[in-house]
Design a protein around this ligand. Structure first.
Ligand code: ADP
Length: 625
């Protein structure tokens, strides 16, 4: 039987990730019990070092891409957005409030401050934020330059002084974005998110009152009115995005354009660093985009959070974040067990990676557990002698792994998450052509013991028309599983009980279904496919994660090899312009006709418009707006 999946948490957190993975039958990495490389997912709140990226083994994943600091540090973000504005104009890059980095740009700030004072007759408002702090630490707002005092590197930003208010309370949106890959750029935005409220009414006369001007939960949960019932806002300081959508609908607000603009902000921000992030196919990144909407319904980017908080402070957190983490794991496309890691150990002359529930080791794992609970600091050393028991794996260090032929060959042969290559390999193995029919694909379904095929069939019957249409689109091909060694045959997999076929759309149907603690969950795999021309297409949706980039044939083409930013910007502009003008059936220009013709010709590619409650297909928006 193949080994269980193993996760590793830095500094024992976040607890929510542990909870979700344990519920899915994963095991937690324990230094004393496992080899150094005997894990599948390493999750940490802070960045990994270069050597950790370099030494990644084929079955291992990290929860950060390298070099994303270009958007997650306030000064870097400001610099990068400025650079893009200079290169591509401000027509699209107009979503970030004017920002200066101090002290280096003090003179420029002063010029702008004076210009605005003269032009407006009244002064503008400014917000000052330390460049590398978060949670509202060190932030203040001022109107008069005499109040500008700072003793560390800060950004100084135009304060959006006319925010959209709900019952006179300021709020911002926390949008969860998963960058599955920077090369090619592949972006998902989660349908759920959080709305974070200030807990005192908004007044420009009280700039020093942080409970009125900042929407950070870390600040507001200590405010005097946190637990008070506050107009429509209610108690606490958070809503789910669903509740916000409901609110927008109750106010008869046309949401589509708002969501698309937020969607654009995410893509345009990621484009600023996409070309400079080294290719790292075994990594994913969850980012928190903070968006403020002003009274004219224009969304503004405030900042991008690295490792957004996964703590559960209130009911809204519970309902949003648990699903979010679950969907993120699904997006990583793991099978329920890991045959690859297992075989690597075996081919190196070791027995299977140690499993805590291995029949010959229950006493050991129990003992260790008890010791840890008692806070026994020596528990790690005390497990070591037991590790020498013959049925347990010797610990392998990185060098030994590097020397191991299997790994070296594997790494040369097949980058583990290069889906295009995996697809080809699978086609070779299954002796099928690259283009498959729906019927062909169904033949490859493997109804193993954990298979969800029957459940899937049931789900299919209750699907709404759009979902079923997508399902047909998205389940054209057998899923390619990142942790698979593609030299494995179907029969082998069947024996090991792995299930590797399920549709991402089906995953969305699972929402709300209970998950048994400790049960070995069936694999929930995002279906990847390859278009007739060999282009690799990431799934349109995984759980509540909606693919927002690439969003059409042109952006798919423009991002597959060398990123063609100009084309991407043109496409974003075109899509947004269409939504604004509401003109869809009538083609405005030959260029648009060509794009639509292209879409028709390649109608196996479509995307959902992220944002609305029941996200429509982008092609449908063109037809009906
Ligand atoms: P931090 O990383 O400390 O949370 P943010 O940039 O997110 O820093 O700012 C904290 C809060 O301050 C935001 O959630 C928002 O409520 C408010 N804020 C930040 N920048 C602006 C701005 N330019 N205009 C209006 N409010 C802002």
């Amino acid at each position: 039987m193949a080994a269980s999946l193993v996760f590793r948490l830095h500094d024992r957190g976040p607890e929510l990730v542990r909870e979700v993975l344990l519920e899915r039958g994963w095991e937690e990495y324990d230094k004393g019990e496992r080899g150094e490389e005997d894990w599948n997912l390493y999750w940490r709140g802070s960045p990994f070092c270069n050597s950790q990226y370099r030494n990644l083994l084929p079955w291992q994943r990290l929860n950060h891409h390298p070099k994303t600091v270009g958007i997650t540090r306030k000064d870097c973000l400001a610099r990068n957005l400025k650079r893009m504005k200079a290169a591509f104009g401000s027509a699209l890059y107009d979503f970030s409030p004017t920002t200066f980095i101090l002290p280096s740009e003090y003179t420029r700030f002063l010029a702008e401050y004076n210009r605005l004072r003269m032009a407006r007759g009244t002064s503008a408002y400014w917000i000052v934020k330390p460049v590398d702090l978060s949670k509202g630490k060190g932030i203040f707002i001022f109107e008069d330059i005499k109040d500008l005092v700072y003793d560390c590197a800060v950004v100084i930003q135009r304060y959006i002084s006319n925010p959209l208010l709900i019952s006179s309370y300021k709020f911002d949106l926390r949008i969860y974005v998963c960058v599955k890959s920077f090369r090619p750029l592949t972006v998902y935005i989660h349908q759920e998110g959080l709305v974070r409220f200030a807990t005192e009414k908004y007044h420009l006369s009280s700039l020093h009152n942080l409970y009125s001007h900042l929407t950070n939960t870390s600040i507001n949960k200590f405010g005097p009115f946190y637990k008070t019932e506050k107009g429509q806002v209610g108690k606490g300081c958070k809503w789910t995005m669903s509740k916000f959508r409901h609110f927008l609908q109750s106010q008869d607000i046309k949401e589509l354009l708002l969501w698309q603009r937020i969607n654009n902000i995410v893509t345009l921000t990621l484009l600023t660093i996409a070309a400079s992030v080294p290719s790292s196919p075994n990594c994913v990144e969850l980012l928190g985009f903070d968006i403020l909407i002003d009274a004219k319904f224009k969304p503004w980017l405030l900042e991008v959070n690295y490792s957004p908080a996964l703590t559960l402070d209130c009911q809204a957190d519970v309902s949003v974040k648990k699903k979010l983490v679950g969907d993120l794991i699904d997006l990583m496309n793991y099978t329920s067990t890991d045959g690859l890691r297992d075989r690597a150990y075996q081919k190196c002359g070791y027995k299977q990676p140690f499993k805590a529930n291995h029949p010959s080791a229950p006493v050991l794992s129990k003992l260790n557990h008890q010791k840890k609970r008692k806070g026994n600091k020596d528990s790690e050393t005390q497990t070591l002698p037991l590790l020498k028991a013959p049925c347990q794996p010797a610990k392998m260090n990185k060098r030994q792994f590097k020397q191991c032929d299997f790994v070296a060959n594997y790494q040369r042969r097949l980058p583990s998450v290069d889906f295009a290559e995996i697809h080809e390999a699978r086609c070779r193995i299954f002796n099928t052509s690259a283009v498959k029919t729906h019927t062909d694909q169904k033949r490859n379904l493997i109804p193993g013991p954990d298979s969800r095929t029957n459940e899937s069939a049931l789900n299919r019957q209750s699907l709404p028309p759009l979902a079923s249409r997508l399902m047909d689109n998205e389940s054209l091909y057998v899923s390619d599983v990142t942790n698979h060694d593609n030299s494995e045959t179907e029969a082998e997999r069947e024996r090991s009980g792995e299930t590797d076929v399920s549709s991402s759309i089906l995953d969305t149907q699972e929402r709300g279904q209970g998950v048994r603690r400790g049960s070995q969950r069936p694999a929930r795999i995002a279906v990847e496919r390859t278009r007739g021309n060999g282009q690799h297409v990431p799934p349109v949706r995984v759980g509540d994660f909606i693919r927002t980039f690439p969003f059409n044939v042109a952006t798919l083409k423009a991002s597959q090899h060398k990123l063609d930013i100009t084309t991407v910007l043109q496409e974003i502009h075109r899509l947004t312009a269409r939504l604004i003008s509401g003109q869809s059936d009538k083609m405005k220009s030959r260029g648009e006709e060509e794009v639509m013709a292209d879409m028709d010709a390649d109608n196996d590619f479509d995307s959902l418009l992220w944002g609305p409650k029941d996200p429509p297909l982008i092609s449908q928006c063109f037809k009906s707006t």
